[in-house]
Design a protein. Structure first.
Length: 271
């Protein structure tokens, strides 16, 4: 592939993934009772861009995505009390928070694909969380965040939705890595090599990991809203006591059994 065609391919692929990320950002798996939400792996497409095309291109696309998120969140600027607050919201809640996604390929070549993307997902998610914490204990102190103990409150409040968001993102990154090879010139589904088993084994293994991923996502969707105190927005572990844990356990056990059964069948199909 010529350099020009390669550049066009990279830009086209990046534009598609940015668009997917923007759509996923408004698909809320959990809408927390006091603000904040858990999305459907909305940051994953940006991590994939950075992993496939390098940090320089990854930072460029992440910056583009941060501008899109800024435009989608313009309503938040109406609460700013000064021009400096507007700048701080733009920088910490949007530009820096999402720019870190451009580092999604930092472990490429150093670790297997799944581990490289999974760890990058956790680290970039934590960086975004810290950006929101800084914004919360400075810009939002005295507005939606109590002036006293603003740092503690911001750490707690932002954790209620960012912890589940990071968990979903990391699992999504590992899941995609099980199904797709992202390191070539193009994306392929040759993660499970044909010599290890036929098409049936590949399909069954993919369904197995899909079932496991959906099981964890279902657990997060059910459990996450109880982590936020509906009257204050703070991290609220005592809310877990009100959960129907028997239902959670049964759902999880069924998901794990489906995963195990499909993997056993897939392994037998290989031989």
């Amino acid at each position: 592939m010529s350099d020009r065609k390669s550049s066009v391919y990279r830009l086209t692929e990046s534009a598609i993934l940015i668009a997917i990320a923007a759509v996923l950002s408004v698909v809320k798996l959990v809408d927390m009772p006091y603000g904040g939400s858990v999305t459907a792996c909305s940051m994953l497409p940006l991590l994939i861009i950075a992993y496939r095309h390098g940090t320089r291109h990854g930072l460029f696309t992440a910056f583009t995505y941060s501008l899109i998120q800024l435009l989608l969140g313009l309503d938040n600027f109406s609460y700013a009390t000064s021009f400096g607050a507007v700048i701080a919201i733009a920088v910490f809640d949007y530009l820096l928070a999402f720019l870190a996604l451009g580092l999604g390929g930092m472990f490429r070549g150093k670790l297997p694909q799944g581990a490289a993307l999974g760890i990058a997902a956790v680290l970039t998610g934590v960086f975004r969380y810290l950006c929101h914490v800084i914004s919360g204990c400075t810009v939002w102190a005295g507005l939606s965040v109590p002036t006293t103990e603003a740092l503690i409150y911001s750490l707690s409040y932002n954790a209620t939705y960012m912890i589940p968001e990071i968990v979903i993102l990391a699992l999504g990154a590992v899941y995609v890595s099980r199904l797709l090879s992202l390191e070539g010139a193009g994306v392929s589904r040759a993660v499970i090599r044909r010599e290890q088993g036929g098409t049936a084994a590949t399909v069954l293994s993919g369904i197995a990991y899909t079932a496991l991923f959906l099981t964890v996502v279902g657990d997060v969707i059910y459990i996450a809203p109880t982590l936020q105190n509906a009257s204050s927005g703070e991290l609220f572990f005592t809310g877990l006591a009100a959960l129907n844990w028997l239902g959670v356990l049964l759902f999880t056990v069924v998901g794990v059994l489906v995963f195990t059964a499909l993997k056993l069948i897939a392994n037998r199909t290989k031989h």
